[in-house]
Ligand binder design. Sequence first.
Ligand SMILES: Cc1cc2nc3c(=O)[nH]c(=O)nc-3n(C[C@H](O)[C@H](O)[C@H](O)COP(=O)(O)O)c2cc1C
Ligand code: SF4
Length: 568
Amino acid sequence: MPQATNEELLARWKEEPAPLLPLLHAFHQRDGYLSEDALRFVAEGLRIPIADLFGTVTFYHHFSRDEAGLDRPRICTGPVCSMRGAEVLTASLRAAGHDPQPMPCPGRCDQPVPVIHGGTVLTGRTAGTLVSGPSPLPPPAPQGVEECVFAGIRTPGHSTLAVYRGEGGYAALTRAVTGMTADEVIDVIDRSGLAGRGGAGFPTGRKWRAVADAPGHPKTIVCNADEGEPGCFKDRLLMDHDPHGLIEGMALSAYATGSVRGFIYLRYEYPETVDILEGAIAEAEAAGLLGDGILSSDFSFDLRVRRGAGAYICGEETSLLNSLEGKHPFPRNRPPFPVTHGYENLPTVVNNVETLSSAPPILVHGADWYRGLGRGDHAGTKVISLSGDIARPGNYEVPIGLPLAELLHDWAGGPPSRRSIQAVTMAGLSGGFLAGADLDVTLDEPSIRSKGSFLGAGGIMVFDDSRDMIRVTRESMEFFAEESCGKCFPCRIGTQRLVERLEGEGPGTVEAWVDEVTDLNEVMKKTSACGLGQAAPLLTESLIRYFPERVRRHVAGRGPGHGSARKG
Ligand SMILES: Cc1cc2nc3c(=O)[nH]c(=O)nc-3n(C[C@H](O)[C@H](O)[C@H](O)COP(=O)(O)O)c2cc1C
Ligand code: SF4
């Protein structure tokens, strides 16, 4: 088939909503990189100043600007892959004649080590054994544990409309559209206690009500499927095996808030998921469950998938909105919040995949049912992505309030090779570490926040007692330093300074080193403009709290010449 011309690509996307990213992807895929000619053509076609477009394109990891770009393998250097063979795989690919480059975690910590090559994601330990495949299904829930979003996910064919509907799928949307007011739908979600599962934990019913009440049209539902947090890989599983659950949840949110358009902002690193989602959207449209006049009512909802291009900060909701709008993906200043000034400055719901996928079962079974799934006073469930030094890594839907030790040892088999657990991360990397007696927490925000951390999106990486926690912290901080968008000073400089201290620079006595790192931590926490700069110092803070002896050896063990000449 002849290749599409520049003009054909532009004509395909120019009149579509949020056209910049898909148009750039079309050129990138066609040419294997983004040439200067392509960028000039896109800048002119979409009326974007070329300097702005150049700055935006080079901000993303996966848009290549040199000719061999798309064909050059990129290997995960995240904390789990780094201890599970990233170096071996790099050497193996070099021996096979490739020029592999490092990349941040692409969300497959349960299948180390991932490589992106030519737009495909493969996993394995050597060049000759790399394979691609869908997200692994979750292990069966322990006896007596009731699930919400995973309840039907293991049924063969669940991702198809026929099987999904055969199991009662789209009953919630049908009930809402044919027999409930928008306000009644919001009321059920509100009473269920469902809170955001993307990190911040904002009550979902309150968010939906704020958008419903906000003036301005058209309103928008944005599904945050950026999942860039290292150690998190739950949203990929939900989208791969339950795409209709997400679509139904988005349609319910649209009905409840009076929204008519929606986007799934999907991270670049999930290429197979694009086809799965677009296939499911086409099925739903053909069945009258999306599009104009849904279920023969006057409710209409248009849903599109938009692919990111590799930037952790695009998971922050206002960066995401800027990215979607074709702007440079810096976080916006808040307030105003997206509920009133979101996509195109109009009222917008931004919700995580897991949050939206929880809505249909809650509508079917009721608010009390969902509340009752949690332990003690806690409402509902949370999917935890578990990886690292653990016998059975994977995604687990746990009752909120489950003891962490029960998940680690009873559900997931504990650490392999008779070692003991030295530390775990919380919220992927963003919550820093828990260790020692503080591993005795329950999986709910109050319990984990009382230890100076947070549950967030639910990524937990396990490190056994053979791991060097200075190295783990340094590699984790390197991630934040690389992903800092650079908009504000405390985060841009602070993350770099913390990396240097973990590399061996800084004051020569342990007391002075700890004082300086603590000072950096506090300034970053108080003055960074968004969650990235506020969360990164939790790593160094918890390192100092739990591993003072290792910190002492780190500072004492440096040879002459390690003191920093640089100023923080
Ligand atoms: C640096 C940063 C990265 C984030 N990444 C994600 C992400 O990948 N997915 C996500 O759902 N939320 C992410 N969030 C949280 C979003 O800003 C937002 O709170 C969330 O999408 C709202 O949906 P929820 O209420 O359903 O959780 C991130 C926040 C920050 C500060
Ligand atoms: S805290 Fe970091 S990531 Fe957030 S706006 Fe500031 S520089 Fe950007």
